[in-house]
Design a protein around this ligand. Structure first.
Ligand code: IVH
Length: 673
């Protein structure tokens, strides 16, 4: 008996400790122990529960999966209806909303709103009794939904038991279940490679995953949750402000979106809207707008509802990122490495804030998988800087007489044979430098901002120069004279002069930039930098064999082979020779870099939006130099790198006295260590 009591206590202590660490991890985003330690606690609990099955309870952190598949979901009557929100699509509509609110309340000064990202997932309602999760339900028609408790239980950021004190006897919260963008892309890539069904967007992925009758399937899906409202709280007084609701939720261990804020008046709403729109692509979750709610809860009650939406809240939507249009024809574009990419020429459509008339179809496998044909009606998507793409064909609207696209046997630009390398999805023009499309792309890459950065030598001009025969290969750009340039259409003498001096300036570069500029397949900026650091000189790099190349961080066997093939080509060597003869140069390292990892021992945190590169790219480049990149700021952080719209991490850095670098300083750091 005594032993049993001891074990029971031990089990409870372990559970509480795991719950606390869940709270640190999911709610505060500030873990106190490493994952390995957490896993150890979990394993210890699992083994005790296995030995003493009687001690297992439904709210034990081990009990996320285990329920048997259902035949159908049960129905749930919502104690409080699940409403929807009215939408605003313009500043005027938002101003009108704010005016209506203040008129009804009889207030003529600006009032407080909470501003929250409008999460693009699936609305759910969670009910806790005495702190234990007892029900999860979908919205359904708002009055009743489906009982998805067993599926909700599999979501690791949903606590099975609340933490903290002063817990209501019954707590019902409203929340959004979503699939984080990165997890969504990984999931789709894996499902696609297994030939399984992929999802159109993270929202469909979340919905599809939650509506699985087998909770074990849901458990495999990387879902997460953000809670935003409390609709029932028996035994604990309701908060006074919406903002307080967030604090209450967090104190009970429920996850709240960190981007929620309080703003004042419509001006505050607009500022938040723009700030959030700018952040949109760097957020780890999808959003389709922002939501404003009157912050005072008694004002919310006074305002009440119309039909199925509250008068005290509104969703201000971002321009749609997906639209419907028709494919006029499918053509093949030839890239720098000769890769033939199928591209859909579209009936122009306004999407994601711009009019688009082309969308990438990536490769033939994708064309076949999606069964895309000329004349089809399709969903196209344009999100942020990402190239527009065809997401899905509307099969029901397929007109008669469409034909499947087939791969051309010859390059559409130079007529050379098209080849498919075994094991690769990509097909390529075999023309190499004979193909003007490949030459144009190679020159565009060489001149691009992150390569030799030749101002004034833009894509249009390069195309013109290649077409009229003034430039054939990269090195020819340094032979251009003012008269030749000024003779071109739309080129004034002033611009010609500027270009000549930009060409001169570009000659002073770094070895890493030069290697990147060569456009070797698989060699991005980070790899180029690793190569430069490791080899020290171009001569050495050109002579290094495949095995030695693979010793370099960031260089795998495939890239190593590409590098070696590139430098084995006589014409590539000739071009390099001519470029150097024209004066392209970089500081020579007299001693080969002794240390490949100059940033070893340093930890950086990236926050906000960077302009010139993505956070992922910045992370990789720091890692190549030996640095660690962490997601949370602590005293051990070497520096926080803050882009536009940096949030709480920046203020935390400030309060801990951690150094803060801007994007320029970051570039300086990675290019000069
Ligand atoms: S509040 C009565 N807050 O948007 C209040 N909803 O269009 C209704 N949503 O069904 C919900 N983020 O699925 C609220 N921060 C947020 C939200 C949010 C996303 C969804 C939710 C709701 C839909 C209404």
């Amino acid at each position: 008996m005594g032993e049993d009591k001891g074990v029971k206590k031990q089990v409870e202590t372990l559970r509480n400790s795991i719950r606390y660490h869940n709270y640190r991890y999911y709610v505060l985003d500030d873990p106190q122990i490493p994952d390995s330690e957490y896993d150890r606690l979990m394993r210890e609990l699992q083994s005790l529960e296995k030995k003493y099955p009687k001690l297992v309870t439904v709210d034990s952190p081990t009990q996320r999966v285990g329920a048997a598949p259902l035949k159908a979901f049960g129905g749930v009557e919502h104690a409080v209806p699940m409403l929807s929100l009215s939408n605003a699509f313009s500043e005027q509509e938002l101003i009108a909303f704010d005016q209506r609110v203040r008129e009804r309340l009889g207030i003529d000064r600006p009032i407080e709103y909470t501003a929250e990202p409008k999460l693009d997932g699936l609305a759910v309602s969670l009910t806790y009794r005495e702190g234990v999760l007892v029900q999860g339900a979908t919205r359904g028609d708002g009055a009743s939904g489906e009982d998805i408790t067993q599926n909700i239980r599999t979501i690791t950021s949903v606590p099975l038991r609340l933490v903290g004190k002063n817990m209501p006897a019954i707590l019902e919260v409203r929340a959004e279940v979503y699939m984080p963008g990165k997890a969504f892309r990984e999931f789709n890539a894996q499902a696609g490679s297994r030939g399984e069904k992929t999802f159109v967007n993270p929202r469909n992925a979340a919905a599809g995953s939650l509506r699985q009758l087998d909770p074990r399937v849901t458990a495999q899906r990387p879902l997460a949750i953000f809670c935003y409202n409390i609709v029932r709280s028996v035994g604990v007084p309701l908060a006074v402000e919406q903002q307080e609701v967030f604090t209450q939720l967090k104190n009970w261990g429920l996850r709240v979106c960190p981007q929620n804020e309080v703003v004042i008046g419509s001006i505050g709403c607009f500022e938040y809207y723009h700030k959030t729109q700018d952040m949109r692509d760097s957020l780890p979750y999808e959003i389709d707008g922002v939501v404003y709610k009157v912050n005072q809860l008694d004002w919310q009650r006074r305002l009440g509802f119309v039909a199925r939406a509250p008068r005290w809240a509104i969703a201000y939507k971002f321009p749609a990122q997906e639209e419907l249009t028709r494919i006029q024809e499918i053509v093949f574009q030839v890239g720098r490495t000769g890769a033939l990419t199928p591209v859909a020429k579209l009936e122009p459509v306004f999407v994601g804030g711009a009019t688009i008339s082309n969308a990438s179809l990536h490769n033939m496998d994708e064309v076949q998988r999606k069964d895309v044909r000329s004349g089809d009606w399709v969903f196209v998507r344009r999100a942020g800087d990402v190239i527009p793409e065809v997401v899905k064909v509307v099969q029901e609207r397929r007109p008669a007489g469409t034909r499947e696209v087939s791969l051309p046997k010859h390059c559409p630009v130079c007529g050379s044979d098209v080849v498919r390398v075994e094991g690769e999805v990509v097909v390529r023009c075999s023309g190499g430098l004979f193909c003007s499309a490949q030459r144009k792309e190679a020159i565009k890459h060489y001149a691009s901002r992150r390569a030799l950065d030749i101002e004034g030598l833009g894509n249009k001009l390069i195309e013109q120069l290649v077409e009229c025969g003034l430039v054939e290969h990269i090195d020819d750009i340094y032979d251009l004279g003012i008269e030749q340039l000024a003779g071109l259409e739309r080129m004034a003498e002033k611009s010609a002069k500027n270009l000549i001096s930009a060409l001169e300036v570009s000659k002073k570069t770094t070895l890493a930039r030069f290697i990147y500029a060569l456009g070797i397949r698989g060699v991005g900026e980070a790899t180029a930098q690793a190569l430069a650091r490791h080899e020290g000189t171009l001569e050495r790099l050109m002579e290094t064999d495949v095995e030695s190349l693979q010793q370099i961080p960031d260089v795998g066997p495939i890239v190593a082979r590409q590098i070696s093939i590139f430098f084995d080509q006589v014409h590539n060597r000739e071009i390099i020779h001519k470029l150097r003869k024209a004066g392209v140069q970089w500081p020579q390292h007299s001693v080969v870099a002794a240390q490949d990892t100059p940033l070893a021992g340093n930890t950086y945190v990236l926050t906000g939006t960077l302009e010139g590169l993505t956070r992922e790219e910045a992370k990789r480049r720091l890692q190549v130099l030996g640095a660690k990149v962490s997601s949370s700021v602590s005293k051990k952080t070497t520096a926080v790198i803050a882009g536009e719209n940096s949030g709480s991490k920046l203020s935390k850095a400030g309060s801990l006295g951690v150094e803060i670098l801007n994007e320029k300083q970051l570039m300086h750091l990675i290019e000069n260590v």
